[in-house]
Design a protein around this ligand. Structure first.
Ligand code: PEP
Ligand code: MG
Length: 372
């Protein structure tokens, strides 16, 4: 009803006026970005690019990853470039004037490759019938076998994929830069930022930065429009948190990926929270609450604090945010406020809650505040 709407509105405005944490949203499509904006998001803290490589584009991705020659790989990347540019133009247009942190590709490899079992059954049954299998299937199977990993989530993903598949990250950076040029020419105010996933060491980040800066310079020169974008990293592995001072040498911003950071700190799979033992652990109180929902302050929180302190000591103007699920969890938002982060980023629907909690975290709990 109207009085309730007015009261909520008053509360939100009060929260917005006192909070120190900015609130951004995680969004991968223009539609999600627009929704996030309506909910009051002050930018996109995480634009995942994985889904942009599925569906119709699967074949191109397969040939990019399995390519045996530079020409083959180059052709696949060249076909992907305009599609990616269009993806980014749409999101930048929806968030005109606000920061959009675009994360370079971070899928576990198996999500892109053909199913290994299916493929080997197909080849084996053809052979069993005394027929010759398709040469393409045989080639594909050999490649998939060669690249097979027992633990893909701890394998060739994120920055590792970018460093191993030549031209992949360069293609994405070029698409981002060209989308920025396109938006600027259309009179827009695009504020793209480039984020590198799953970084363990400063060396990985420096290599990507070098390549990215070259591409940005090329696009600037070719277009006559200066494209100088911030480059930062996810902090989502314990090693990255512990060496954040070094990593900050090559990063203009950090964003904590607390989903992976929780998984790797605890050594529990984030994809198996439905497992029987997980609920047993909750029942026994070993997990007071699920660490994947509410930030574990004693362990993961310590790593966050170490990384903030080390990162800021090395680079005082370092921007720091969080884009894991915890960015929209009330208790965790209070923690991030206390840890001195600049922003939290969460799913669009959780943005209002995050704004409110960020406001509550900034108000001293001494009973003098009347908005509560
Ligand atoms: C994270 O790990 O917290 C994160 C935001 O990245 P993703 O969930 O895509 O791995
Ligand atoms: Mg992650």
């Amino acid at each position: 009803s109207a009085p309730v709407v007015a009261a909520v509105d008053r509360l939100m405005r009060r929260a917005d006026s006192v909070r120190r944490l900015q609130v951004r949203a995680n969004a991968d499509t223009p539609e999600d970005a627009e929704r996030a904006r309506r909910f009051g998001a002050q930018g996109i803290g995480l634009c995942r690019t994985e889904h942009m490589f599925l569906g119709d584009r699967r074949k191109l991705v397969e040939s990019m990853i399995l390519a045996t020659t530079d020409e083959e790989r180059g052709a696949a990347l060249a076909a992907l470039l305009p599609l990616q540019r269009e993806d980014f133009t749409g999101i930048l247009a929806a968030m005109d004037g606000l920061p959009v942190t675009i994360r370079l590709l971070d899928p576990p490899l198996h999500e892109f490759l053909p199913d290994r079992t299916e493929l080997s059954v197909r080849v084996a049954s053809t052979v069993a019938r005394g027929e010759t299998p398709e040469p393409h299937d045989v080639e594909l199977l050999a490649a998939v076998n060669r690249m097979h990993e027992e633990n893909p989530m701890l394998g060739l993903r994120g920055v590792r994929l970018g460093l191993v598949v030549p031209g992949l990250f360069a293609m994405q950076v070029r698409a981002i830069a060209e989308a920025v040029v396109e938006r600027k020419r259309a009179g827009g105010d695009p504020r793209a930022e480039i984020m590198v996933p799953l970084v363990d060491t400063v060396k990985e980040l420096s290599l990507v930065r070098e390549e990215a800066e070259e591409v940005l310079a090329e696009v600037s020169k070719a277009s006559g429009v200066t494209v100088d974008l911030p480059i930062g990293t996810m902090i989502e592995l314990p090693r990255a948190a512990l060496t954040a001072g070094r990593i900050a040498e090559a990063a203009e911003f950090f964003s904590f990926g607390t989903n992976d950071l929780t998984q790797t700190t605890w050594g529990f799979s984030r994809d198996d929270v439905e497992a029987e033992f997980f609920s047993a652990y909750l029942e026994k109180g070993i997990f007071p609450v699920s660490p994947f929902e509410t930030l574990d302050r004693e362990g993961v929180g310590r790593l966050v604090e170490i990384a903030v302190a080390e990162g800021r000591a090395a680079r005082p103007d370092l921007k720091i945010g969080v884009c894991g699920e915890h960015g929209g969890d009330p208790d965790s938002v209070h923690f991030f406020h206390g840890a001195g982060l600049d922003y939290v980023s969460c799913s669009p629907f959780r943005v209002p809650v995050a704004r409110l909690e960020a406001g509550r975290a900034a108000i001293p709990d001494d009973g003098t505040d009347t908005t509560k």
